[in-house]
Design a protein. Structure first.
Length: 447
């Protein structure tokens, strides 16, 4: 039996999920959502890490726990949508407020603009609260579970083509496995028919031998009682010896046939187990193909999001450059508005930094997705290895069945020889009965 597929413990590997949280303090609703999300993530990790001691047990656990995992993902998506709606509302308000302030302000020199960025005071409470609502939902491990079926490495953009190619390869391999399994099943059925026929012949021979043994014993008793069988005693002894030898050979043949029957039953059980594991393997391979397709789709969504983030950063930089130029031109005539413009520039600078942080976070998520794809590839390699082991077991069992068939063919001449010996015994027994009858006719009863 194959050893169970090894699985490395992942508790330490995922410890950064719990160690890198952003703990929000400005929103009770957000803190409660993150706490609930952490709880469900831990439950989901526990379900994933629990492992079975065999391939069949793992498959059974997968189908039992899949609805629970789907429920967790649905809850994650629901919380993510709620956070995304709040984020959209806050960023919409910021986009409306920032351009109007910039258009109504004066100008500032480039050197002063740079120094103002360096001297940026602590952000005002209200913008910081708005940004916290946007930033804090990125709890560690959240986007990993929402998009664990995607991959952001450049090579994964060719996943649909490679997935379709691997799917066609798997289909051809499955067709070969099905043909071999069908041939194996047919040979097992033929072997069962041959064994049944041999058993029937053996039972008939046993019944006839029992009748012959009973008649021989009765004849022997008659001779011993009459006292006239001394002349035939050596012949009867020889017949009994041959009978015992024949019976011993029959018993030996019966033991060998029983052994073959047990091996045949073992082969049939292994064949059924092989077929069942092949079906489970097909289901898992189809699931992997589906996961790869979803990963490719999620990657495209992440690419679009990265492009949007880059566009927003470029837009903010252009707006800051235009505001700086305008402040430089109007500084001498509108000194009263300089303070307001400086505040606006500081806010814009903070927004730019936050967008840059979001981009860094998205890049981190891309790395997480690459790790998830590597894990999925490792599991696929384990499945391929398990399928190869099953194929080796299948060929070994087929060789054992061929050996069984050869053993049965070797037994057939023995059974025919036993049948001939039985016929000879019957003839000898008939001759013996005729001799006994003649002996009885010669014997004169005492007066």
């Amino acid at each position: 039996m194959k050893p169970p597929l090894e699985r490395n413990p992942s508790r330490k590997r995922h410890s950064w999920w719990w160690d890198s949280h952003i703990s929000p303090k400005n929103s009770k609703w957000l803190a409660e959502n993150l706490e609930e999300m952490d709880k469900q993530v831990k439950e989901m990790v526990q379900l994933i890490e629990e492992d079975g001691d065999s391939f069949a047990k793992k498959a059974q656990m997968y189908y039992q726990r899949r609805p629970v995992l789907v429920t967790h993902v649905e809850n994650f998506y629901r919380m993510y949508r709620a956070l995304a709606e709040r984020y959209d509302n806050v960023t919409g308000e910021l986009r409306k407020n920032i351009p109007s302030r910039m258009q109504s302000q004066g100008s500032l020199s480039g050197s002063e603009f740079g120094s103002e960025l360096q001297r940026s005071p602590t952000p005002s409470p209200e913008p910081q609260k708005s940004w916290t609502r946007e930033q804090s939902p990125r709890a560690a491990g959240f986007d990993f579970f929402l998009s664990n079926k995607s991959n952001d490495s450049p090579s994964s953009r060719k996943e649909p083509e490679s997935a379709s190619q691997s799917e066609s390869d798997m289909k051809s391999e499955d067709g070969d496995d099905d043909g071999i399994a069908y041939t194996l099943h047919q040979r097992v059925l033929e072997l069962e028919d041959d064994l049944n026929a041999a058993n029937r012949k053996l039972l008939d021979a046993n019944e006839k031998l029992e009748v012959f043994e009973e008649k021989s014993l009765r004849c022997h008793c008659d001779y011993m009682e009459n006292g006239n069988g001394s002349d035939h005693a050596p012949k009867i002894t020889d017949i009994n010896g041959e009978f015992a030898s024949t019976k011993e050979r029959l018993q030996s043949s019966q033991v060998e046939i029983n052994t073959l029957e047990r091996r045949l039953e073992d082969a049939a059980i292994l064949s059924e187990e092989h077929s069942r594991l092949l079906e489970q393997n097909k289901g898992l391979e189809a699931e992997i193909v589906s996961l790869k397709e979803e990963m490719a789709s999620a990657r495209r969504r992440f690419d679009d999001k990265l492009s949007e983030s880059d566009a927003e950063i470029s837009k903010y930089r252009q707006e800051l450059a235009a505001a700086s130029q305008k402040l430089l031109q109007e500084k001498s005539t509108n000194s009263a508005e300089v303070g307001k413009l400086q505040e606006t520039i500081r806010i814009s600078s903070r927004e730019l930094e936050k967008v840059s942080e979001e981009k860094s976070l998205v890049e981190q998520q891309v790395k997480e997705l690459e790790e998830a794809n590597a894990e999925a590839e490792r599991q696929r390699q384990e499945l391929v290895h398990a399928a190869e082991m099953l194929s080796e077991d299948k060929f070994r069992h087929e060789a054992e069945i061929l050996t069984m068939q050869q053993s049965i063919e070797d037994l057939k001449p023995k059974l025919e020889s036993i049948a001939r010996e039985k016929t000879l015994l019957k003839l000898w027994f008939a001759d013996l009965e005729r001799v006994v009858e003649r002996g009885r006719s010669v014997v004169i009863p005492p007066e």
